[in-house]
Design a protein around this ligand. Structure first.
Ligand code: SF4
Length: 355
């Protein structure tokens, strides 16, 4: 699997701590970035020895790129890698970039899945988050994607912004998509939103309200035919994100571009924004902790057969309270319940072993 990072956005959303540069007011140095990306592909083409089943363009805002810029990247990928077995090729996109011509050209380039950053269907909330699109544009983007031939469309939504989720409850959009990623708003240090909260200009809902919204959305998505398969991800049967599911299975992947991470099964490597490369070889303890963290965030859970023998006894002892309170079930797999998924990170951390 290959991940391509596009670290540019039209402007910065108030809550965003991703590595991305806002480009309002000027054209960013796309030519230089594309050159560097194509060069990196050439240099690292030997590193991917697993069949490539998924390609994911993430960001930032990949849909900020023109079709000819995307075509250069896709051509580069085809030159360097065998893409004949690719089943899923995703572009993360913002609604305001998605007109019908652009979408049709994306299909021609080979993209067969879109992940659209809708976030909210309330214009007031969208303005508060400093998003550039309106609710109407988001709906139109999804409609146009259908007309252009996309039958696998995911939308991102954010909850935990207001004291209610009336804005999300009017979700006609669910009828038109195959996948929803719903994230609770998190307050990341250094973001504009963190400053607003610190200065008392914004008050976010308390944890109890956020949990209520999680359950309300869960019910709504479930009634609309979606199945939760990870803490934040819901899909119609058969439309789970293949790319993300492989991350959670710890399949090796190659990440290209500024800020992108790679994983070869043992070693994690990342491109720092300053051009240097970071690297970390996972110890047995690190690998086990990652296994706990990723599998307890998925409905599929942690197969006991995947737990190293030396850890089993300790694990089975430590999970008893979570089974007793209904956060986990256990047969030959430790699987989080809907309630347990909400606490997945905390449970995993409590089960970690020291490095
Ligand atoms: S569009 Fe996405 S990556 Fe860009 S600033 Fe907004 S949230 Fe961050």
């Amino acid at each position: 699997m290959i991940y391509i990072h596009v670290p540019f956005c039209h402007r910065k959303c108030t809550y965003c701590a991703f590595y991305s540069k806002p480009v309002a007011g000027g054209r960013w140095p796309v030519a230089g970035y594309l050159e560097a990306l194509l060069k990196e592909m050439e240099e690292r083409k030997g590193e991917q020895d697993h069949p490539i089943k998924t390609v994911y363009f993430g960001g930032g805002t990949p849909s900020i790129l023109s079709i000819s810029e995307l075509e250069r990247i896709v051509d580069g990928l085809r030159r360097c890698f065998d893409l004949s077995q690719v089943e899923e090729m995703t572009l993360e996109a913002n609604p305001e970039d998605l007109n019908l011509d652009y979408l049709r050209s994306l299909r021609t380039l080979g993209f067969n899945r879109l992940s659209i950053g809708v976030q909210s269907l309330d214009d007031k909330v969208l303005r508060f988050l400093n998003r550039r699109h309106t609710a109407q544009q988001a709906l139109e983007a999804v409609e146009h994607a259908h007309r252009a031939g996309f039958d696998n469309i995911s939308v991102d939504l954010i909850y935990g912004i207001l004291d209610n989720i009336d804005n999300i409850e009017d979700l006609d959009i669910l009828e038109m998509v195959t996948h929803v990623s719903a994230y609770a708003l998190t307050l990341e240090p250094g973001t504009a939103l963190a400053v607003q909260v610190q200065q008392g200009r914004v008050v976010l809902p308390d944890e109890e309200e956020v949990v209520r919204q999680y359950h309300a959305l869960h019910m709504q998505f479930t009634e609309a035919g979606f199945v939760q398969y990870e803490v934040s991800n819901y899909a119609r049967p058969g439309f789970e994100s293949k790319h993300n599911s492989r991350y959670w299975d710890r399949t090796p992947y190659l990440g290209l571009g500024s800020g992108a991470h790679s994983f070869d099964g043992k070693k994690r490597q990342w491109n720092n924004p300053d051009g240097t490369v970071g690297e970390e070889t996972l110890s047995e303890a690190d690998a086990y902790n990652e296994l706990l963290m990723t599998s307890l965030r998925t409905v599929r859970g942690l197969p006991l057969a995947a737990v190293p023998e030396g850890q089993k006894e300790r694990l089975l002892r430590l999970v008893q309270p979570y089974i007793a309170c209904g956060w986990l079930t256990m047969n030959d797999t430790l699987a989080p319940t809907t309630e347990g998924l909400l606490h997945a990170d905390g449970m995993a951390a409590a089960l970690f072993v020291g490095s």
